[in-house]
Design a protein around this ligand. Structure first.
Ligand SMILES: NC(=O)C1=CN([C@@H]2O[C@H](COP(=O)(O)OP(=O)(O)OC[C@H]3O[C@@H](n4cnc5c(N)ncnc54)[C@H](OP(=O)(O)O)[C@@H]3O)[C@@H](O)[C@H]2O)C=CC1
Ligand SMILES: CC(C)(CO)C(=O)C(=O)O
Length: 287
């Protein structure tokens, strides 16, 4: 299948590599022409040479059968207008809950949404696959064929909204704290006080958004923290680099979901504001 990927970042290139390994023809669209990694490191540490087909011309991806948008969520306001005339399907794989934004801006296109469980980063010109996982996606049933055509890289989920909500809750519990305290994920379970803080925050989320209780247990939360214990969360990474964060797409939608039911989430709201305060650093850098 001919697949286009918007964004030559860690997840865009990892997805390209995995799809190419299964025989698909992949073209990666960069914002501006830049060198891409030529080395790939597997989760077990083995190195392989890689080569990607890249372009910075949107016209080149017009004829693909699927376009995967692998930018950060905060890039979407700039990217979505470019996608208005694309016939689709479009697969959005950002962390967070972006479907409302996409639906508002792209009324005519066919959109599906996914969640990435892989870990990936680009360091010293090497694309590193730091954690095995999958890309689960879903939406209108008529797009389930994509999972069959694309092979094991993409897994169809009939209730993708639950997968995305669960992931947003996990990211809300882990990312802001690690970013604010400048600690790796594992510290949240190793430090007893932080462990208690995560438990209180979890209790608040399941009281405020009751459906979460069926989707996410406290054990799941600490299991993920332990599995990613050496990770720098994406929010901590963004804050450290003085970049924008995905807080408006991960944390804010949870506040809004609870608010619709007349509930306020004080811990979540407090963390949201503290992360927003870091935005000042981003604004100072860019304005
Ligand atoms: N990395 C990980 O382990 C995981 C990431 N995710 C999620 O996946 C998404 C992608 O993350 P990740 O790959 O790490 O992020 P990166 O920052 O590595 O990649 C984002 C890429 O998008 C590119 N981009 C931005 N705007 C445009 C544009 N207009 N046209 C073309 N390209 C553009 C950026 O280009 P430029 O270099 O020019 O800025 C950058 O290369 C995020 O939502 C993240 O939360 C989810 C699970 C794990
Ligand atoms: C799962 C976790 C917390 C891994 O670091 C992540 O998705 C992130 O950092 O955004």
């Amino acid at each position: 299948m001919k697949v286009g990927i918007v964004g030559a970042g860690a997840i865009g290139l990892l997805t390209a590599k995995l799809l190419e390994d299964f025989g698909h023809q992949v073209l990666v669209l960069q914002r501006t022409k830049k060198e891409v990694p030529m080395l790939f490191q597997t989760p077990s540490g083995d190195l392989e040479m890689v080569s990607f087909s890249v372009t910075d011309n949107w016209e080149d991806v017009e004829s693909v059968e699927l376009l995967i948008v692998a930018t950060k969520a905060y890039h979407l306001p700039a990217v979505l207008p470019q996608l208005r005339t694309y016939p689709g399907p479009l697969l959005f794989i950002q962390n967070g809950l972006v479907s409302n934004l996409v639906a508002k801006k792209l009324k005519e296109t066919a959109n599906v949404f996914g969640s990435v469980d892989h870990g990936a980063t680009i360091q010293d010109g090497i694309l590193m696959h730091t954690g095995h996982g999958s890309i689960r996606f879903g939406g209108e049933e008529k797009f389930a064929y994509l999972a069959t055509e694309l092979g094991p890289v993409l897994k169809w989920e009939s209730h993708i909204e639950h997968v995305l909500l669960r992931k947003a809750a996990l990211n809300t519990l882990i990312n802001p704290l690690t970013a604010l305290l400048d600690v790796r994920n594992g510290t949240l379970s190793e430090n007893k006080a932080l462990q208690r803080a995560v438990i209180s925050h979890y209790d608040e989320l399941i009281l405020g958004i009751p459906v979460l209780e069926e989707l996410l247990s406290l054990e799941d939360v600490f299991d993920l923290i332990k599995r990613t214990s050496t990770n720098t969360s994406s929010m901590r990474n963004d804050v450290l680099r003085g970049e924008e964060t995905e807080v408006d797409y991960i944390v804010k939608p949870l506040l809004e979901i609870a608010e619709k039911e007349g509930r306020y989430l004080p811990i979540t709201g407090y963390l949201y504001e503290l992360i927003q305060s870091k935005r000042g650093e981003y604004d100072r850098k860019y304005t």
